[in-house]
Ligand binder design. Sequence first.
Ligand code: CAA
Length: 380
Amino acid sequence: MHLQFTEEQEMMRRMVRDFAREVIAPQVEKMEETDEFPLELIRKMGEYGLMGIPVAEEWGGSAADFVSYIIAIHEISKVSPTVGVILSVHTSVGTNPILYFGSEEQKKKYVPKLASGQYIGAFALTEPNAGSDAASIRTSAVKKGDKYILNGSKIFITNGGVADTYITFAVTDPSKGPKGISAFIVEKDTPGFQVGKKEKKMGLQGSNTTELIFDNAEVPAENLLGEEGMGFTIAMANLDVGRIGIAAQGLGIAEGAFEHALAYAKERHQFGKPIAAQQAIAFKLADMATQIEASRMLVYRAASLRNQGIKCGMEASMAKRFATDTAMKVATEAVQIFGGYGYTREYPVERYFRDAKVTQIYEGTNQIQRIVISKHLLNK
Ligand code: CAA
């Protein structure tokens, strides 16, 4: 088993690392201060081919492999977990459902625009009363002539106020449970569709998270994704892959927080020597590094399975669960190592701490990941 990147993957790592340091890092403070979505930056990422990394050339993408895409989220999240989640949601659950389940017409119409970053993608599954229990969504879709009429609301939608297309899940047959859910491509200017309240969040400043309202929204029938009743399967299949992206985001957060903590521990002196030379801190650093290394293995193992076209729902959930718990643990310890300074906005570790928390919650809480993992174990 080789755990080495190919030349192409190494090139992606170097390119994204430079891009993150030179282009993204100078934007972080502004995002923190204003909570504004970094639209110009996302357009620039489009120019660099970063908004469609694993998408084939024929559909306007960069045609790199899945591991390269995960490398990009990992490296970007080290500098800005905000930009990491914008990219992950846009690609994994905003674009891929059309690529994998869309008709030729749908692919032609939407994928090149999404892959070039001209369009931003979003994924609208969660509702006020249906979070972990995703099959209990209530948003309805009733076919009338050549349209579906959608009614209901969605919450906590990443890229909510800025997306051009929303992969939206709604009930077309309430008698069939999960098999009565269908998926639609909803364009932002659809009559009867509007963006609702924007959330004020603990972290991930600059990532736009909103409510969506469907009030007799008129979606053309040709925007049904796959067939009626396939919606839940489309959601779950794309989340399987999407969770590797969130795992990579967690890995990036953990590494980012660790690098700052290590540098600070070497330079901060107390009791006549660097705090890194005190065993209490040295052991913390050792544990942090070990957890990060284990996360890296899980994340790239899931990504490599996906690269080979091998089913990896269980490995994706393991990676998501472990890497995002590691992000929270490492960021917490990083704040502790910085002491009082760590609690101030002068230093970046409190930002990683706030950004880490949601990675244990979204794309399936880490409790839901355990349900997914145990279902795989029991069905084997
Ligand atoms: N792939 C394909 N199909 C699947 C599947 C998968 N991984 N998992 C389930 N299905 C299908 C099955 O075919 C099943 O049909 P059968 O009965 O014929 O087998 C059907 O779906 C129902 O499956 P379950 O009975 O397992 O469904 P459930 O109601 O018990 O729910 C769950 C399972 C795993 C808990 C699911 O509800 C879940 O994943 N919940 C979490 C929701 C979530 O992750 N939300 C994230 C929102 S997006 C987001 O957060 C983005 C962001 O902002 C960062």
